[in-house]
Design a protein around this ligand. Structure first.
Ligand code: NAD
Length: 349
């Protein structure tokens, strides 16, 4: 563990096995310096235990950074359950997972992630109160996507202001990859602001619906990297900024909600050299975790969510300005600020 390439001084890495239900899961608590660790639970059919461990170590570190940049009183953690979400789910499995979360006595709060939905979390809630992302209950926060999308839209304006001298998106062309929950709501904001949209998705129904209500032009999934646009907004997959796509992009900015957009951190430097201003993914997409944090606080308040989101976008602006002034990649600047915030909070904790 301590020699693992993705180990980053994690406070705790907890492996759980439940023979009766077949649950195999790992909960990684990266940092509780800023508050209890929070991050979703992913269910995935990993090919090896090492692949699972790499994922949970990296994802939990990413949550520490995301929560620190969002300015919320939460640390970073993540859970992964080993299994195929299409065939291996059962209420008993999620009850066993709930007992695992409960055993950490509030050091870690869970929620939905890939392969896990609201109904699974409702089962987890039977065993532990350290769970968020529910659609019932006193402080239920429901679907985080609209808040994430609002942050993405505001982040696109921050990028536009620095690249074009104005954040007015009227007449600007935005290429949007993925028009699911986050991408779809983002398109609505962009269309209302007068932007011209070029969209792609592998889901034809979603494409048709978004195009109908926003007037967006549809292109094939692989063509989105070649279109003439001002800003590219990735809202589907990770690792889409790589050596193959980099050379094709003609945009001046990248600002979208997808997690882990850069295939490797060094891509940030290549984007900088190309004159493309990149809004670091875990900063611009922090709206969802802000919404979840409101639920964890026990009293959901829309005003608090809106105010915290505004501060996050100010932080994004500061990251972009510092990167531009010091000729550094934006993702390096964001990482440094996140690490400093966590380190500053640790002694007080
Ligand atoms: P979603 O499943 O609702 O939407 C994703 C969309 O991407 C789907 O419509 C899907 O068909 C499309 N897609 C998949 N493969 C594609 C491809 N090859 N080309 C084009 N489109 C493709 O998911 P979401 O909740 O909107 O999340 C989108 C991204 O944002 C994910 O990376 C997620 O991790 C990240 N994110 C989401 C939230 C949130 O609040 N939902 C918060 C933070 C980050």
């Amino acid at each position: 563990m301590f020699d693992h390439p993705s180990f980053d001084g994690h406070e705790g890495v907890h492996a759980f096995h439940d023979a009766a239900t077949g649950l195999k899961c790992v909960i990684a608590v990266h940092s509780t310096a800023l508050g209890p660790a929070a991050g979703g639970c992913r269910m995935w059919n990993y090919t090896t235990g090492d692949a699972l461990l790499t994922d949970v170590l990296r994802l939990s570190q990413g949550m520490s950074y995301k929560n620190a940049m969002a300015g919320i009183p939460l640390g970073g953690g993540k859970a992964v359950i080993w299994g195929d979400p299409k065939s291996a789910k059962s209420p008993d499995l999620f009850r066993a997972f709930g007992r695992a979360v409960e055993s950490l006595q509030g050091r870690y709060y869970t929620a939905e992630d890939v392969g896990v939905d609201v109904s699974d979390m409702a089962v987890v809630r039977q065993q532990t109160r350290f769970v968020a992302g529910l659609d019932e209950g006193a402080a239920a926060s429901g679907d985080p996507s609209p808040v994430t999308a609002k942050g993405v839209f505001l982040g696109i304006r921050e990028v536009a202001r620095r690249q074009f001298g104005t954040d007015d998106l009227n007449g600007r062309t935005i290429a949007v990859q993925g028009v699911g929950s986050v991408g779809g709501y983002t398109c609505d904001h962009l269309a209302a602001a007068g932007a011209k949209l070029i969209i792609t998705d592998i889901d034809h129904e979603a494409l048709a619906a978004v195009s109908k209500r926003t007037g967006a032009t549809i292109v094939a999934p692989n063509d989105i990297y070649d279109v003439e646009a001002d800003i590219f907004s990735p809202n589907a997959l990770g690792a889409i900024i790589n050596e193959k796509t980099l050379v094709r992009l003609k945009v001046k900015g990248i600002a979208g909600g997808a997690n882990n957009q850069l295939v490797v951190p060094e891509m940030g430097e290549f984007l900088r050299r190309k004159g493309i201003l990149y809004a670091p993914d875990y900063v611009i997409n922090g709206g969802g975790i802000i919404n979840v944090a409101a639920e964890i606080s026990g009293t959901y308040s829309r005003e608090w969510v809106e105010g915290t989101l505004s501060r996050l976008i100010e932080t994004l602006g500061e990251v972009l300005d510092e990167a531009l002034q010091s000729n550094q990649p934006t993702n390096y600047v964001a990482d440094r600020i996140a690490r400093a915030r966590i380190a500053a909070a640790r002694p007080a904790r």
